[in-house]
Write a protein of this length. Sequence first.
Length: 420
Amino acid sequence: MTRTALVASSPIVAHTLNATPVVQALVAAGVRVVWYVAPAFAAHARRVTDDVVVMDHGVAALAEHDPASRGVMGSLAGVRRLYRDALVAPVDDHLPILHQLVVTHDVDLVVSDTLMLAAGLVTESLGLPWATIGDGPLQWPHPDVPPFGTGLPPMHGPAGRHRNRNVKRAIDAVLFSQALGILNRTRHRLGLWPAADLLTAGVSRQLHLQGCVPSFEQPRDPWPEHIHFVGALGPGPGAAPPLPEALRRPRRRSRLAFVSQGTRRDDPRELVDPAIDVLLAEGFEVLVAGVTPSRVQHSRVHAMTRVDYHDAMPQAELFVTNGGYTGVTLALATGTPVVQCGATEEKADIGRRLAATGAGESIPLVRPPRWLLRRAIRRCLDDPQRRQARQRIAEEFAEHPTSQLLTDHLLSLLEDSRHG
């Protein structure tokens, strides 16, 4: 008998596209997949599965297009509005749709990213197996791990636990209390126990698939049994235009640097412009993804609206980024040197993890000065210890074949639920 999975993606570029290998793995294993996506991603989803359900334009726009979720994420007020208005408020809109999809399609398994909070509520209400996808720093607390979003270094022992506990309390009070209150009112209406923590409310306690390898995460002792590392996620090959032949080895004229500022920050003066200046002076060809540089009239600057990361990353000798999780993990998986610059959203946490691996350089500034960027690039490329660290972590990623691990864990959850 054919089993059916419902994959529910929050209307944010990375979170939707990073579900692609999950959908592909399930389809390849003979599972029918219904994918619930925002309108902007419907065409992409239909290339992967025949069953695509498009969410309402208005609900989708809250997370992806509301100014509260773009540009102002560096402010406390912006973060508070994002979680309250763009992530928690739409839960009541998603709930009846997801519930109806589960019933209509006789769904056996629900998979979601950690920001699609309605998926967890539906599975709790109906007693369905639920798996979540982690395509950002792991949001699972531990007394020795600094709270999410702080970028603080680890501090072990009683002093560190005291710091972490008090910082977590302050963050919850300032940023998340309103959103958690709204979510818990919905949970109460559904007859569910209140959630104690907003950031883990979207993480499944049955199966969580973390898109990296253990050495890129801050260690927990012991690791929870429901958390499994599945290597680097991403939209998969072919989801964006391929790299131009002129930028491939051996045809290109010099080393290639790949520069990305992510999808949520569109001011090229933050990183793209200074990176171009430094990289041109260092003799690189420069490929820029997404954000249009202030000046592109240079024979060695190539700007593309979308870039196939799986295609481009192995061709690049350097990746300069504001620190999105997907780009950083794909770079590490291919052994590409990474220089990360950024301090907004979860970027400080990603930079802290990157520095801890020794595989790259992290500058915790949104607008790094050119001299500091130049120094970080040279250190990243020239330091033999960083080269060894890159090789070590790339080998660890090679030991985590994403497609196979996704298939194994998800089918195991389905099988366990059948006999449970």
